[in-house]
Design a protein around this ligand. Structure first.
Ligand code: C2E
Ligand code: MG
Ligand code: MG
Length: 641
């Protein structure tokens, strides 16, 4: 419930005071002085109440103002700190870009002008005064080949079909090129069209170098810098694919250093490493650009020779490989003489895959090493027979010698001019109980892996002497008989004595026996061989070089050895007289033999045409199916009557 007085006072507190004062004046005109004092007192009280209310409102307003001011101050504070933070962050970014050596640039679409930061200018190698320059001008600092890359990427970025993210080269002050990477994006206007392209650029040369180094290391041997097996495999695969298409040959050379362990043990691993590096460098020079040399493992190297027409081309490279060891190796202060053994396998005959070719070249290398150092050998299938099978065969062979299951067949040799029988070559055969008559190609290599080759050698020597003596006893017109000696036999000091014993045992004269040996057998250890050959020669035994032209021999040695005959390998005879190269080689060998005063005999003569050709070149003798196949002793005896 509200009192009327109170109710009445309210509107008064709010009504116009002048109007109220005139109302009071009209009322007080009729009042007594006491009454008027009361009214005045009341009016005073009212005014005081108004004043108090006004004061209160003022207080309220002022406190609100204070709050607002505080809030304002606060918000100003926030703005300042935001601004400061923004500045710090911008500074940091600039600093970071500067530290990271990242340049920033801004391309203006309308004017095609580029504005670049100092770092950008430095990266592009542009003067500072040219902070604003046309895009075309900027392109001029790029490698000419990479300019289209940059403008294409920018165009794609502008038409929204790609990003600006490219690597390219710029020329450095010294003329070399550095690699830069630029990444950027377009800034679109309200209408969605690009107005600017902003990009950042940094120098990635180091990373590029590193990438290249990592790629190199992944494919090369750390020590020698030669391709490693991974890269080699790739190259072999390519060579094999090409050979399949072109019907050409691929040869794989397996090279193993002889006595490398000795170098390592005597001079230490550092010297060993230098040796491996020097060998690598020399090997690289032996081959064509298209051929690959690789370090296989330890002291083993592989070479793949592609697009060959004939295996003899691989033999030529093998000779070059062996020749790199002629020069002494100077390893720091040590002078070291080295040699190597080489095995060769040829696609497609010796294997279809890289693995097969490596395995077979390895087997040939192993065999070559056992035959003495510093030589090469081609793979032959029997080298690869499983170990067990080879063991069985070796045992059977050993027994076959004791049980007289070996026989000699005799092939006639004729004088080219007169067609007179001038000699015979004794060729060994094995009468195998289950496999029939075996030819030397299927068991000599096996025999050479052990002492069996010496047993065979001894048997052949004695059997040939026995046969000569037997023919002599029947008064036949005996001709000199040639026997084949393996390279291994030449390393036996008892060889000369063995020959002398055989002569005296059977009553045979030295001039009735000839010894054939290959070029490689002679060249293995020329000084030692020379001694043996001299002794045999002094005894009166005639010496022939067999398969001449297929091995490697130094003409220098050839003239110093007491060699009586050269036998031209049948490979050169096969395509006579049509093959011009072979004709030239045969001609040259005949001339060589004549100038060294040696007798020259052609092997493998099968046709009259070949014989006529040889006769025209004054080749002394011939041997081959045209004149007669190898025959059993009894059948050969007919020719001696
Ligand atoms: P070689 O000493 O060059 O012997 C010639 C080979 O060619 C013989 O093969 C012979 O049969 C063959 N031949 C002869 N004329 C012709 C021809 O007109 N056309 C063709 N296509 N071939 C012809 P064989 O008897 O199989 O001997 C192969 C090799 O085995 C010999 O080559 C020789 O290196 C080795 N050999 C033979 N007998 C012995 C031996 O008693 N001891 C040693 N260590 N090796 C031997
Ligand atoms: Mg022979
Ligand atoms: Mg021969």
């Amino acid at each position: 419930m509200s009192s009327p007085k109170k109710t009445g006072s309210r509107p008064g507190a709010r009504s116009d005071p002048a109007a109220r004062a005139s109302v009071e004046k009209r009322r007080s005109a009729k009042l007594t002085p006491e009454q008027r004092i009361g009214v005045l007192e009341k009016q005073l009280a009212d005014s005081q109440a108004h004043l108090a209310a006004a004061n209160r409102e003022l207080d309220h307003a002022s406190s609100e103002l204070q709050i607002s001011a505080a809030k304002l101050r606060e918000s100003q504070e926030v703005t300042r700190s935001t601004r400061d933070a923004l500045k710090i962050s911008l500074d940091r970014e600039t600093l970071a870009l500067a530290f990271a050596e990242i340049g920033t640039s801004e391309f203006d679409v309308k004017s095609s002008m580029v504005r670049s930061s100092d770092m950008s200018l430095r990266l592009f190698g542009i003067q500072r005064e040219q902070a604003d320059l046309s895009f075309d001008k900027l392109l001029e600092s790029l490698h000419p080949e990479d300019r289209p890359k940059f403008s294409d990427a920018l165009a794609q970025c502008l038409n929204g079909t790609g990003n600006l993210d490219i690597e390219y080269r710029v020329a450095g002050a010294d003329g070399s090129f550095r690699w830069l990477r630029t990444k950027g994006d377009a800034l679109l206007g309200l209408d969605g069209d690009p107005i600017k392209v902003l990009w950042v650029t940094d120098d990635v040369s180091q990373r590029k170098d590193m990438d290249a180094r990592v790629r190199f290391l992944a494919h090369h041997d750390l020590l020698t810098g030669l391709p490693n097996r991974t890269l080699f495999q790739d190259r072999v695969q390519q060579a094999l694919a090409a050979a399949k298409r072109m019907q050409s040959l691929v040869a794989l050379l397996f090279i193993d250093l002889d006595r490398f362990k000795y170098v390592n043990d005597s001079f230490g691993h550092r010297i060993g490493d230098i040796l491996l590096q020097t060998v690598a460098a020399r090997l690289r020079k032996c081959v064509r650009e298209t051929d690959t040399v690789c370090r296989h493992a330890g002291d083993e190297y592989l070479i793949v020779l592609s697009a060959l027409r004939d295996p003899s081309e691989a033999a030529m490279v093998a000779k070059k490989v062996l020749a790199i060891f002629d020069e002494v190796f100077l390893l720091e202060s040590h002078e070291v003489r080295m040699s190597a053994s080489v095995g060769i396998s040829v696609y497609p005959d010796d294997g279809q895959t890289m693995e097969d070719l490596i395995r077979n070249a390895d087997a040939a290398m192993y065999h070559s090493k056992k035959g003495g150092h510093n030589r090469f050998e081609f793979f032959t299938p029997e080298l690869n027979a499983p170990v067990a099978e080879r063991l069985v065969l070796a045992n059977q062979l050993r027994r076959a010698i004791e049980d007289h299951h070996l026989v000699l067949h005799y092939q006639p040799q004729f004088d080219t001019a007169t067609n007179r029988l001038m000699g015979a070559e004794a060729l060994v055969r094995w009468n195998h109980a289950d496999r029939g008559l075996l030819f030397p190609d299927s068991f000599i290599a096996l025999a050479e892996e052990s002492d069996i080759i010496h047993l065979i050698g001894e048997w052949v020597l004695n059997e040939a002497c026995r046969q000569i003596a037997e023919w002599q006893g029947r008064n036949l017109k005996v001709v000199p008989v040639a026997i084949n000696f393996s390279a291994f036999q030449f390393r036996r000091s008892s060889l000369v004595q063995g020959v002398a014993d055989a002569f005296s045992r059977h009553g045979v004269k030295a001039h009735q026996l000839e010894i054939e040996l290959t070029e490689n057998a002679i060249m293995q250890d020329p000084k030692e061989t020379a001694k043996t050959l001299d002794q045999l020669h002094e005894m009166g035994v005639s010496l022939s070089i067999d398969d001449f032209g297929t091995g490697y021999s130094s003409l220098n040695y050839l003239k110093r050895f007491p060699i009586d005959k050269l036998k031209i390998d049948r490979n050169f005879i096969e395509d006579l007289p049509h093959d011009l190269n072979d004709s030239a080689i045969v001609h040259a060998i005949i001339n060589l033999a004549k100038s060294l005063r040696m007798i020259v005999i052609a092997e493998g003569v099968e046709t009259k045409e070949q014989l006529d050709f040889l006769r025209a070149l004054s080749c002394d003798g011939y041997q081959g199916y045209f004149g007669g196949r190898p025959l059993e002793a009894e059948r050969f005896a007919v020719l001696l009557s």
